[in-house]
Design a binder for this molecule. Structure first.
Ligand SMILES: *Cc1c(COP(=O)(O)O)cnc(C)c1O
Length: 352
């Protein structure tokens, strides 16, 4: 066999066990399907696809719709197959061999993985015990490292927390790097860096249809930034990367903004209810601004994960991840699913 690239050989790969259980609260998907009207309009619309032709290479109609939704110009938008491909494209353009990428941990592992696969050097800045960032420390490390690209997830996965907005200024003052603000969960939280991204060619914001829009199966994400930066991304990405069917689905989804907002408020109120219940059960909770909650019980994490599985509830066991010993992550589900989780947790806590 030919020799594998060392970057790939060193990779553990992405592992989120897909176990067949009734209640799956492990990958931060929406518990609700998209509106029925979306599905029927979509089925109708794909009858008109010109199957023998390549798709619109720059997804102009989808970008026009997204531009209206965000109050930006279509030239300030890049779209791709999930925000993971968006992030890969920005790394293709601004990172790679001989370039340095900074991440904050605990954080989203795909940032590290894609950066390394592309041959970039990854530098980790540790978060505090309570998962916040120490501004002075961040400033010091960034000045020393002089990275080419910095990832900041807001809200952060897996901690669910939002960093203070001032962190954007701290990062911007300490380095000339491209700051990628990963806002996969922004709709569940209170601030966004979009305004800043529109006024800077060193800040971009990535978003996704996977979490808020009940469309994880679709694989559609996008990036907002200055038109110059966006232009470079169109150069770096493969031609015709976004198929016609996906472009149609994205356009149609944006017609259902009210349904989406309603789902977001439902999840936010369930999140608050679950967090309160967890605190009453004496469970440690990382305060969440997303659609999931990171928590730690007094019982061993592997025991708790299996006990919940016995109750038909699958959560994410983060305990083997660096700095997360004892922690589990629950995706907020429907009211019934969350109740099943809480009942399972309570009985596991009482078990000898
Ligand atoms: C889920 C997630 C993504 C991935 O989104 P896709 O659009 O499904 O690729 C990106 N960033 C963070 C922080 C996530 O948690």
């Amino acid at each position: 066999m030919p020799e594998l690239r060392p970057e790939i050989a060193a990779m553990p790969g992405y592992h989120s066990p897909q176990v067949d259980v009734p209640i799956r609260l492990n990958t931060n998907e929406s518990p609700f399907p998209p509106p029925e009207a979306f599905v029927s309009e979509f089925t109708e619309a794909i009858q008109d696809v010109s199957w023998n032709r390549y798709p619109d290479r720059t997804a102009s109609r989808l970008r026009d719709r997204l531009a209206v939704y965000h109050g930006v110009q279509p030239e300030q938008l890049f779209v791709a197959n999930g925000s993971n491909e968006v992030l890969q494209t920005i790394l293709l353009a601004y990172a790679g061999p001989g370039r340095r990428v900074v991440v904050f941990e605990p954080g989203y592992q795909m940032h590290v993985q894609i950066a390394r696969i592309l041959g970039s050097e990854v530098i980790v800045i540790e978060r505090n015990e309570d998962f916040t960032l120490d501004g002075a420390h961040v400033r010091e490390v960034l000045r020393e490292v002089q990275p080419h690209l910095v990832f900041l997830s807001s809200p952060n996965n897996p901690t669910g927390q939002c960093d203070d907005e001032s962190m954007i200024d701290i990062i911007g003052e300490a380095t000339d790097a491209m700051l990628v603000v990963d806002e996969a969960y922004a709709e569940f939280s209170s601030w966004s860096a979009i305004d800043r991204a529109l006024h800077s060619d060193r800040i971009v914001v990535s978003r996704t249809f996977s979490k808020t829009w009940s469309l994880a199966a679709l694989r559609l994400g996008y990036l907002i930034g200055s038109s110059d930066v966006i232009g470079h991304l169109w150069t770096a990405v493969l031609p015709y990367h976004l198929d016609s069917v996906k472009q149609i689905a994205g356009e149609l989804a944006l017609k259902f903004t009210d349904d989406m907002n309603e789902r977001v408020s439902l999840i936010v109120s369930e999140r608050e209810r679950v967090q309160t219940a967890l605190i009453e059960l004496d469970v440690d909770v990382s305060p969440s601004s997303a659609n999931f909650v990171l928590f730690k019980t007094r019982r061993d994490a592997d025991f708790m994960w299996s006990a919940l599985l016995d109750h038909g509830v699958l959560v994410r066991n983060c305990s083997s991840w660096p700095r997360l010993e004892g922690w589990l992550r629950l995706t907020i589900g429907t009211e019934d699913e969350n109740n099943a989780f809480l009942a399972g947790l309570q009985s596991a806590l009482e078990k000898e």
